[in-house]
Design a protein around this ligand. Structure first.
Ligand code: GN1
Ligand code: MG
Length: 366
């Protein structure tokens, strides 16, 4: 059976691998830092791709290659991946070298997909940001979208309907109808609250069907911890490119605020910690409007407050559906984890909803 070091050696790298250690907080892939003789910091990042979720790994790596080449050709920093010794963008192993802790993706026992990239030295990730960093983040994600606006090779829709809220609500309805593990009765309150707002929260998809709202190449997972900062708060590089695909600009704007403007944790068990921080909202929005000046349409701009509500809403829907389905999608650390996440995201939604008017007024003036 191969161990993690053996897996690293399948890639086209130099140096003697001394250690491989777990890294990061992702809920989907498993990530490790790779140490090499002669360097005190990690040299590479090894990642096991969750192919229960990313089922077409060829398409996934093809998308990422297109995006990173495009960004690098413009002289900007992006992730650098290493090919395997047989010149493939990922390595397929037969048996997992380590059991995957806390994940119930039993479907994929056997084959495991791996990729290797550079560790970005002297980079810092945060789970929370200051207003100052939020301004820079807003500009960076705006610029990221601008950089990719002229990508003319089409990207595959790696997870179809990923941020389509109508589709996510349908998945929730299906989960409820099946009620596989008997959890529906304890979450009825949240179901009622969610469906009460269905009409309002699906406006993006309607505008799209009416031809008023475009899709653009977006990152689609703009959580705070998917940005690498230097010690001065500049964004070195945007990571976690698995979900780069066509979407509404709401995705990147809204998902960043979902994590950055939350005064508590994504899975905070203490709901009193959770609020929607308007100062972060304002500076991030200022940065984002600057970064997207060249292309953002009025319809996109005026719906940014909607986007700020949509992402806590959609994440509640997704965590709740996973809870009802018996925790098959997100990694969990304890049995009620997805329920705790649901409640925390819902509290964030309610706090953002209470400030919607204030957000609209702020945008009106820009
Ligand atoms: C997942 O793997 P990670 O933590 O970067 C998820 C996002 C969710 C997020 C919630 C492919 O991202 O969509 O917003 O968890 N990614 C996928 O924290 O589903
Ligand atoms: Mg991530």
């Amino acid at each position: 059976m191969e161990n993690l070091k053996d897996i690293v050696l399948r890639f086209e790298i130099t140096g003697k691998v001394t250690d491989v250690k777990p890294m990061g907080e992702g809920l989907i892939n498993d990530t490790y830092k790779v140490f090499v003789e002669g360097f005190d910091k990690p040299k590479y990042v090894l990642q096991r791709i969750n192919n229960a979720i990313f089922q077409d790994v060829d398409m996934l790596m093809d998308n990422i290659n297109k995006v990173t080449h495009h960004i690098r050709n413009k002289g900007k920093n992006t992730l650098r991946f290493y090919p395997t010794k047989s010149n493939k963008s990922y390595y397929l192993s037969e048996i997992s070298p380590l059991p995957t802790v806390g994940r119930n993706d039993t479907k994929i026992d056997g084959e495991k997909y791996w990729r290797l990239m550079d560790f970005v030295p002297d980079s810092i990730t945060y789970q929370a940001v200051t207003p100052e960093y939020s301004y820079i983040a807003g500009k960076s994600f705006g610029e990221f979208e601008s950089l990719l606006a002229d990508l003319n090779e089409p990207l595959g829709e790696i997870i179809p309907d990923f941020h389509n809220i109508e589709f996510r609500l349908k998945q929730l309805r299906d989960a409820v109808a099946e009620d596989r593990v008997g959890r529906v009765k304890e979450v009825q309150y949240y179901l009622d609250e969610i469906f009460k707002r269905e009409e309002k929260m699906t406006i993006g998809e309607r505008l799209f069907r009416e031809g008023k709202l475009p899709k653009r190449v977006c990152h689609c997972d703009t959580k705070v911890n998917n940005m690498l900062f230097d010690k001065d708060g500049n964004v070195l590089c945007i990571i976690d490119l698995d979900t780069v695909m066509p979407s509404f600009v709401f995705s990147d704007y809204g998902d960043f605020l979902r994590t950055a403007a939350n005064t508590g944790l994504e899975d905070d068990p203490n709901l009193d910690n959770i609020d929607f921080n308007m100062e972060i909202f304002k500076v991030f929005t200022r940065g984002y409007l600057e970064g997207t000046k060249g292309f953002l349409l009025p319809i996109e701009k005026e719906n940014l407050p909607y986007a700020a509500l949509l992402f806590p809403y959609m994440q509640t829907v997704r965590f709740l559906a996973d809870y009802i389905n018996g925790d098959t999608y997100y990694k969990i650390k304890y049995p009620e984890h997805n329920l705790v996440r649901t409640k925390a995201q819902w509290r964030l939604f309610e706090r953002a909803e209470a400030k919607e008017k204030e957000m609209m007024v702020f945008l009106d003036k820009r």
